[in-house]
Design a protein around this ligand. Structure first.
Ligand code: GUN
Length: 171
């Protein structure tokens, strides 16, 4: 049997993925540069962009972050991934993407803009989980905010334990 770490590394190499700021690995696969840009309140954006996004045993967490755009997530391969969504009213939604549809795992997940989102690789036999994201209006760093532990726990003290697990320890 091939060692699990080798397989995750092979997926990273084969798909040409790079480390992502949130944790995990990604590569942009599409941007709608054959169409007019969309004028948004924050400036012009692609109509849509898309990435591969991979979590591995070595980098198993996509840290809490906030997006203005809507994001459609599509599960492809590997172990299941748990999503934690904190809505503006403070309610927490926990969802699992994976290929066990009969157990209720999701192949698609729609996360509207305006929500704090984190993801975490669940234990499994593969040591990685691969999804794609389609973002509209297209992804721009100006529309994204990384979760600050202090600020998020102040805003949502009821989720302190989860936030501490899924944010970086800032100094
Ligand atoms: N998250 C969703 N889409 C993107 C993207 O195109 N680039 C980066 N860095 N993060 C993303």
């Amino acid at each position: 049997m091939v060692e699990r770490k080798t397989i995750a590394t092979d997926v990273i190499d084969t798909l040409g993925l790079e480390p992502h700021l949130e944790g995990g690995y990604f590569r942009r696969t599409y941007q709608a540069d054959h169409r007019d840009l969309l004028e948004t309140a924050a400036g012009p954006r692609y109509l849509m962009t898309s990435i591969y996004y991979l979590l591995t045993e070595r980098s198993p967490v996509g840290q809490f972050h906030f997006n203005q755009s809507d994001i459609l997530h599509f599960f492809h391969l590997g172990d299941a991934i748990e999503y934690s969504l904190i809505h503006p009213d403070g309610s927490l939604q926990t969802l699992v993407m994976g290929n066990d549809v009969l157990a209720g795992q999701l192949l698609q997940l729609h996360v509207p803009g305006g929500i704090w989102k984190a993801s975490r690789l669940l234990d499994g036999s593969n040591g990685f989980g691969l999804i794609s994201e389609a973002v509209s209006p297209g992804f721009d760093f100006a529309d994204m905010e990384m979760g600050n532990r202090e600020k998020l726990t102040t805003a949502f003290p009821q989720h302190r334990t989860l936030i501490e697990k899924l944010t970086r320890d800032q100094d």
